[in-house]
Design a protein. Structure first.
Lengths: 298, 298
């Protein structure tokens, strides 16, 4: 398989289809990059674009899209329900195949530097790219939103990582950062007692003592008369799907309940599933370069 | 993922590197085709080439390679330890990704027809492409070898599927056929009693009442002081790795022995592993188009 990263930029325009088409065209026209999806939210006045590809080309496409956004979106007149601080509000970069997190951080810095220097936009590095813990969380960076950014940029602790420390009034501020892919993974239990799902969710999620890279809630699936442990696996390389699944199965058993199925919602990196096969088959020395399809595009 | 088939042609030349390089060059130079491996066997005087790619391009490359082989290899002077009947002896086509067996059969016929008509070589369709059960087994087609083919082609039951019914003396006869990918899968048992491995192999292999698409033997791994059920899974879509693995685990348990690991030797199609993950996680409605990497090359 080729080296692949994913990019999911958010733009502060969700109504004018012509503007979003011009932004998306910068991604569509790039070789070795594949546009997977884009969606406009009118209430939030915000669009989310998803694409994957060869890392250097993804960076190039993300830069070009940000440039067009800075030309066509004016933050001085922007309103919408979602917190936002820039025309290109945030650009997450996500390692998918044969790219390390360290490399992804390097790409995010290269992209951030270009947006800062060439477009004259203040850029903050967040998540895994953050230089200090205070910048890891996007919500902290974005606090005060666009309207508060002129003042925020004057504060010593909010000097941007790249670009000017004076607000670009039209384009606002952009956050760029590397993060792991998120896998939406739900496990269904053969009971209608939602309390059991809630107790199990509590036992597997990080916040209440469970697995570090697992977020979980318990909820009812009324139309099927069952309950579900609904999860976001925020780093499948460190908290594996199989380990959480096995734990849920044991915990359910303790309540006399069966796991009747599971679901992966949306996209999943191949390696997350290969890890599952590797575990249950007790594979020795398996290397994902043994997967035929990986050879095709290496 | 793009549509991918694998092709593993065998050529009756294993000594003259210059000839094999010229044949392989026809594969190497083709766009959307990836040469994975080629190996020359001097004793067998035979070479095996492995490549994958977009089906139409694979067919084109296989045809071009056969053409060069028919020009550079002379069967009238060929000797070697392996049974053979043609300069291009056999061309298996194997569905890997987003290609059905039926489509692969269609491609094999297209390739066979071209070799027959354009190169004037008698072609037999074998395995899944065979028009009659008598031609399913390559050994039956090849019986008599090159030296017996002039007579064999005169027999009514051995009229070729494509090409002349008179032997092309220089190029011989070629077999073309679609078959499933073979997965070499071994399961290791925590005992030094090879009889247990042999009994379990007997219980899972087709020949002695086990799974239809499983070939298995029991053997010792002396350097590790363990035993192994060594298998060829000849159609993982019908006899799954997980089902055989689970059965071996239960059978081993019956002898008080643990499965301590397993191995996949060589290449494996991604779907064979995705099926394993799907089974153990009890996934509901999972579609392999949810795998991010598949989107990149679709």
């Amino acid at each position: 398989m080729a080296r692949i990263i994913q990019c999911v930029p958010n733009f502060s325009e969700g109504k004018d289809k012509e503007i979003i088409e011009k932004i998306v065209e910068e991604i569509r026209r790039m070789d070795e990059v594949k546009l997977l999806d884009y969606s406009m939210d009118k209430d939030h006045n915000r669009s989310v674009v998803t694409f994957i590809g060869e890392p250097e080309k993804v960076i190039e496409a993300a830069f070009n899209a940000s440039k067009v956004a800075s030309e066509l979106i004016d933050m001085r007149t922007h309103t919408g329900g979602h917190p936002r601080m820039g025309a290109t509000d945030v650009i997450p970069l996500i390692p998918i195949s044969d790219v390390t997190m360290e490399e992804c951080v390097k790409y995010s810095k290269e992209l951030g530097r270009r947006i800062g220097e060439e477009l004259g936009i203040s850029v903050f590095l967040y998540e895994k790219s953050a230089e200090t813990p205070a910048r890891e969380n996007l919500a902290d960076i974005r606090r005060g939103q666009y309207e508060g950014m002129a003042d925020k940029l004057k504060q010593e602790e909010w000097q941007p990582d790249f670009g000017p420390n004076i607000l670009n009034e039209k384009a606002g501020v952009t956050a760029v950062g590397a993060r792991m892919p998120l896998v939406a993974f739900n496990v269904n239990l053969g009971t209608d007692d939602v309390e059991i799902a809630k107790k199990i969710a509590k036992s597997v999620r990080a916040r209440t003592g469970g697995f570090t890279y697992c977020k979980a809630i318990g909820l009812e699936i009324k139309e099927r008369n069952i309950v579900q442990v609904s999860m976001n696996m925020v780093d499948y390389t460190q908290t594996s799907l199989f380990r959480v699944f096995d734990t849920i199965e044991r915990e359910a058993n303790r309540y006399g309940v069966n796991v009747i199925g599971s679901e992966i919602i949306g996209l999943v990196p191949m390696q997350a599933l290969v890890d599952v096969a590797d575990y249950y088959l007790k594979l020795e020395n398996f290397n994902s370069s043994q997967i035929l399809e990986k050879r095709m595009f290496e």
